[in-house]
Design a protein around this ligand. Sequence first.
Ligand code: NAG
Length: 319
Amino acid sequence: MAAGFLAPLPVLTGLLVILCVGRWVEGGKVLVVPMDGSHWLSMKKAVQKLHARGHQMVVVSPELNMHIKEEDFFTLTTHAIPYTQEEFDRLLLGERYQVFERMPFLKRLLKTMERLKTVSSFFQRSCEGLFHNKNLIRHLNASSFDVVLTDPVHPCGAILARYLSLPSVFFLRNIPCDLDSEGTQCPNPSSYIPRLLTRNSDHMTFLQRVKNMLYPLALKYICHFSFTPYASLASELLQREVSLEDILSSGSVWLFRGDFVLEYPRPIMPNMFFIGGINCANRKPLSQCVLASISSGQFVSQQLVNSQETIGELAIFIG
Ligand SMILES: *[C@@H]1O[C@H](CO)[C@@H](O)[C@H](O)[C@H]1NC(C)=O
């Protein structure tokens, strides 16, 4: 009996392998909605690798941008935004030297808030520019993409994935206000996870834990004005009330460009992966002096290998 049952096993295994390989060699169609600036520089490496593995990459970006330029490993599709080149230069590049200016704390805080508001409003309006371009949306919808690869810190790509009913892969350094743990329903205890800007470690005294709980409240205000408009836009497009957490909860895989070698450990969900090594794609050998001072050097290079494997797995996931 047992032999009769086991006989078809190699055949079944063979069939399964053929089915899987069959999917891989086809190559997928990936819609990439990047965040401009340094975020794109790391994502570009992943796009290049996916293209090398036979996937078709289409990048959507506003026509005015900092670093997203044509390359031979993706097709660039741009959309109009309600800004002139002059306004764009002034907004995003004009005031960047302000960070080095000396000024009283309160003045600096107000100026930073004002600047953050201007920049977030720029990104929101550029996202509206994408959705108002009906021809482009129709074209993207008709192109039958397999997946959207996007940085959720600019939630436009996540909304687009939801609007076109496509699965999404998030590729990010981090996202403020714990939107990642809310989007993935990941445990996120304040008593153990040091919050942004607190300089706490994962071992906190009682007072540090109080600080750890209070700091996020201030950040909530920033997240309110920078992210709420996206929830309104998504609600309007999907014709029902949705929050940003709802939108982010549809992310299939979260790839974090960080690593526990450099950060404190925290709980993660099975669809969260750390690929910090990808930031070292353009690496140069360290000098002897630096090497001597890094005791965990071996660890870092191991992480680099791991991250390249993760990109490979991502390619397989898409295929
Ligand atoms: C995309 O195309 C499908 C099939 O033609 C259609 O049902 C759907 O409404 C379209 N979605 C958008 C956002 O245009």
